[in-house]
Ligand binder design. Structure first.
Ligand code: SIN
Length: 318
């Protein structure tokens, strides 16, 4: 009988960032320190038993792309399938963490915990937050009963479905909005407030097939996000349509409202076969559907997550 193993996959981010001075928390280069080095700097990780580390990518997450996503999903599925693996921790930049978390949750449907963690300060900071976030993520990945993709930052566990970066600088940079966090980590113990995220099966199958069939970047459905704002017109929508966009998510104002010119353009392209969904640019709340809505709402997903959902739907129908 092998001891349970935790796998730590490195993808880069500020948690692996380096600055020239220990007092510089913002003038750093992200994705410099290897995952092995990050792990070696936290001796108490040895207390979690058997560890496997792997550097899947080394990117500033603003540059995260579909190639890395495909590689990461394949490695996550590979390790999840191994009976000795209890959970997976992924180090990731904060900027697009919520997108990778949502993608992995939809595609990998983990019955074990897959925990994305990060840092707001580089590894070289006088008081870095990465090591504590890593320890907390390990506590979640080792927790009996934990499952699904979650994010751990500043002592808080967020569901992949709800997590959103809400602050540019504070260490506690994430929120789960109205849903609230799944729980908290206190000195290695979990205080749970609600259930772990549930996976949805249908889209995963199609996406896994799409990736397994050797999808290239060119095969990924082209879905863009446009925004409603004062003076919003239809020219961006028309230009994207002319460039072959397959889907558009509009970050609408308030409860899904749109400038009449932008709305007219969206209705035009929808009639021409482009998928259109309305999300809201408000940080909290969802677009509440009303009878007769012609442009469907995002069912509570933020604009960036609605975009991923639409790409997965397009993969399923392509
Ligand atoms: C990144 O997202 O890779 C850089 C910023 C961060 O991790 O906080």
């Amino acid at each position: 009988m092998h001891p349970p193993t935790i796998v730590i996959l490195g993808t880069g981010g500020t948690i692996a960032g380096q600055a020239e001075s220990a007092s510089d928390n913002i003038g750093y280069i992200a994705a410099q320190v290897g995952v092995d080095q990050l792990v070696a700097a936290i001796p108490s990780l040895a207390g979690f038993g058997s560890l496997i580390t792997e550097q899947v990518a080394q990117v500033d997450s603003k540059d995260m792309g579909f190639e890395v996503w495909m590689r990461l999903a394949a490695r996550v599925n590979h390790f999840l399938a191994q009976p000795a693996v209890r959970g997976i921790v992924i180090t990731h930049g904060t900027d697009t963490l919520e997108e990778t978390a949502y993608f992995l949750h939809a595609v990998c449907r983990p019955a074990k915990p897959v925990v994305l963690t990060c840092a707001m300060r580089p590894a070289t900071a006088l008081v870095p937050d990465g090591p504590q976030n890593m320890l907390d993520a390990m506590a979640v990945a080792s927790h009996a009963g934990a499952r699904g993709v979650v994010a751990v930052c500043a002592g808080t566990i967020h569901s992949a479905l709800d997590v959103q970066k809400v602050h540019t600088y504070k260490l506690d940079a994430f929120s789960s909005g109205d849903a609230g966090p799944i729980g908290y980590i206190e000195e290695g113990s979990l205080k749970l407030m609600r259930n772990w995220p549930e996976a949805q099966d249908e889209r995963a199958q199609a996406a896994i097939k799409f990736i397994a069939n050797g999808a290239t970047l060119a095969d990924w459905p082209r879905v863009e996000v446009v925004m409603n704002h004062v003076g919003a017109g239809g020219s961006v929508v028309d230009a994207l349509h002319a460039h072959g966009v397959q889907g558009l998510v509009v970050a609408a104002t308030g409860n899904g409202t749109l400038h009449h010119e932008l709305e007219a353009a969206l209705l035009r392209v929808q009639a021409a076969g482009v998928k259109v969904v309305r999300a809201t640019r408000c940080l909290n709340g969802r677009v509440l559907p009303t009878p007769g809505d012609v442009l469907p709402d995002s069912k509570g997903l933020s604009p960036v997550k609605a975009r991923i959902e639409m790409m997965l739907e397009l993969m399923a129908t392509s």
